[in-house]
Design a binder for this molecule. Structure first.
Ligand code: 3EB
Length: 312
C-alpha cells in the first residue's frame, strides 16, 4: 500500500502515526527538520497550512546517513538531501554531489531502483541561456546518473520546480522491484531535447509504473504545455492547462500498464492570479481527484502551470 494525501493535520501528529512514511509540509523553509519531515520551500498557493503525506501499510524505519535523511519499509525507501544557500551558488556541482550521495544510500540500503524524484530549488529561472540555474542543475544531475551507471532507459519520473526561499532539496522514492519507465509520444523524450534548451538535456521519464506486492501505481512526472519540444499557449493559461491535461490523458492511455486511475494532482502555478481559474477548471473536470496548489517557478520561463499525478 502507498497513499498520498494533502491535509491540514499538523505535521507532528501525522508523523506520530506508524503508517506515515514521510510528511512534506508546504512551508517556505527548505532545510532539514528531522527524520520523516521534508520541508521543500514550496508554499500552498493560498498560504493555507497543508501537509503532503505518504503513508504505507508496512513498518517504517528512519535514519540519517551523512547528509541524507531516509525513511524506509521492506519494499520502499525515501531519501532526501538538502543544499544550503551557499551550495546553491554552485548549483551544478552541488546537484551532482547530492545526487551521488542519494544514489549511494539507495545502493547501501539495497533499493537499486529510483522510480520518482522531486527537485525544488531557488531561482530556477535565474541566469541567461546556458547559465540558467535549471540548466546547470540538469548538467549536475546527468553527471551523477552517468557516474552511477544510470542510463536514459532507467531515468525515473521527476518534477523540478523553483521556490522563492533559500536552499534546495532533492528527494527520491526507490524500490527493490524494477519499475517501468515511459515516455510520451506527443513529446520529445526529455533526454532528447534539442540544443536550444541547454548544453545538457533533462534526465527524466514522463511516467513510471511500479508494482509493490499486489498493488500497482503510476507516477506521472511534472507535465506541462509542451508538444514535440515546444511550449504551446504562451501567455494563455487556458490553452496551457488544456494541453497539459491532454498530455496527462495520453500517458494514462498509453503509459499505464496496470490501468491505474488519477488519485492526486500536485499543481505548480507560476502566477498567483491564475489560481482561481486553474482550481475551478480542475475541480470541474476532475472532481474526484485530490489536489494541492502551490506557487512555483517552472523550469521554462514561458510555462505558467505544471501538474504531476499519483495514480492508484
Ligand atoms: C518539461 O516537460 C517540463 O527536469 O526533472 C517536467 C518534469 C519538467 C521534470 C525535470 C522538468 C523536469 O520539460 C519541465
Amino acid at each position: 500500500m502507498l497513499k498520498q494525501h494533502f491535509c491540514s493535520t499538523p505535521a507532528k501528529e501525522l508523523l506520530s502515526r506508524d503508517k506515515t512514511l514521510v510528511v512534506m509540509p508546504l512551508t517556505s523553509q527548505c532545510e532539514p527538520y528531522g527524520e520523516g519531515l521534508i520541508a521543500t520551500g514550496l508554499e500552498e498557493a493560498d498560504a493555507h497550512p497543508v501537509n503532503e503525506t505518504w503513508s504505507v501499510s508496512e513498518t517504517v524505519t528512519r535514519g540519517q546517513s551523512g547528509r541524507c535523511y531516509w525513511s524506509e519499509t521492506n519494499n520502499l525507501i525515501c531519501v532526501a538531501h538538502w543544499l544550503s544557500k551557499d551550495e546553491c551558488e554552485q548549483i551544478e556541482q552541488s546537484t551532482q554531489f547530492a545526487y551521488e550521495a542519494i544514489l549511494a544510500v539507495l545502493d547501501e540500503h539495497k533499493f537499486p531502483h529510483p522510480f520518482r524524484f522531486w527537485n525544488y530549488l531557488p531561482g530556477i529561472n535565474v541566469g541567461n541561456g546556458d547559465d540558467e540555474v535549471y540548466k546547470k542543475f540538469c548538467t549536475g544531475r546527468l553527471k551523477a546518473f552517468e557516474s552511477r551507471g544510470i542510463s536514459a532507459q532507467a531515468f525515473p519520473a521527476a518534477s523540478a520546480l523553483g521556490h522563492h526561499s533559500d536552499g534546495a532539496v532533492f528527494y527520491v522514492f526507490a524500490s527493490r522491484a524494477r519499475p517501468r519507465h515511459f515516455n510520451n509520444h506527443r513529446q520529445v523524450n526529455s533526454y532528447d531535447y534539442p540544443r536550444q534548451y541547454g548544453v545538457t538535456s533533462p534526465s527524466f521519464a514522463r511516467a513510471t509504473a511500479l508494482s509493490l506486492n499486489t498493488s500497482h501505481f503510476l507516477f506521472i512526472s511534472g507535465t506541462a504545455s509542451i508538444t514535440g519540444h515546444q511550449t504551446l499557449g504562451e501567455d494563455d493559461i487556458e490553452k496551457q492547462l488544456t494541453v497539459t491535461m491532454e498530455n496527462i490523458r495520453h500517458l494514462l492511455d498509453t503509459a499505464n500498464p496496470d490501468n491505474r486511475e488519477l488519485a492526486t494532482f500536485k499543481v505548480y502555478i507560476r502566477h498567483a492570479h491564475h489560481l482561481a481559474f486553474i482550481r475551478h477548471w480542475l475541480t470541474t473536470h476532475y472532481p474526484q481527484v485530490e489536489a494541492v496548489y502551490t506557487l512555483a517557478d517552472i523550469c521554462r520561463k514561458d510555462l505558467l502551470v505544471e501538474i504531476e499525478c499519483f495514480c492508484d
